[in-house]
Design a protein around this ligand. Structure first.
Ligand SMILES: [Fe+2]
Length: 134
């Protein structure tokens, strides 16, 4: 097995393992289920506040557009990428697996980071403490 074959095989095993773990019961138990529905599809959860909650710092339209199209777009694309990875795996098309895996990494991480972003914003003024205050 040369280096190229090794990398391809490793990619397939890595993707297959990631897919197994993403949809395994363990994910639900670990708390990542907020990112997926009961069927394992990535879902755009409702914002934890109304779209005007962050005004005047972030206006309602910006929150709506960001949530609906940037985060929502990442969710839709992560679902499509995952379908394409599964299809490519069934067909044994490793270059397609690699292509869709890279797209999936980008869109899935966007989904995770947006979820963290929305749930860490507040409209209350909070003074930094400890190390942040320095
Ligand atoms: Fe964004």
């Amino acid at each position: 097995m040369d280096r190229r074959e090794f990398l391809k095989t490793g990619t397939v095993i890595g993707v297959a393992t990631a897919l197994d773990s993403v949809f395994a019961k363990g994910v639900i138990e670990s708390g990542l289920d907020r990112l997926v529905d009961e069927k394992g599809n990535f879902v755009l959860q409702p914002l934890p506040y109304p779209t005007d909650f962050l005004e005047p710092v972030i206006d309602e339209e910006t929150v709506y557009l960001h949530y609906t199209y940037h985060h929502g777009g990442a969710v839709k694309k992560a679902n499509k990428d995952l379908q394409m990875i599964k299809k490519a795996l069934k067909e044994g098309n490793l270059s397609e697996v690699d292509y869709w895996t890279k797209r999936f990494e980008y869109h899935f991480s966007s989904h995770v980071l947006h979820t963290i972003y929305w749930t860490n914003l507040t409209n209350k003024k909070i003074e930094p403490k400890g190390e942040l205050k320095r």
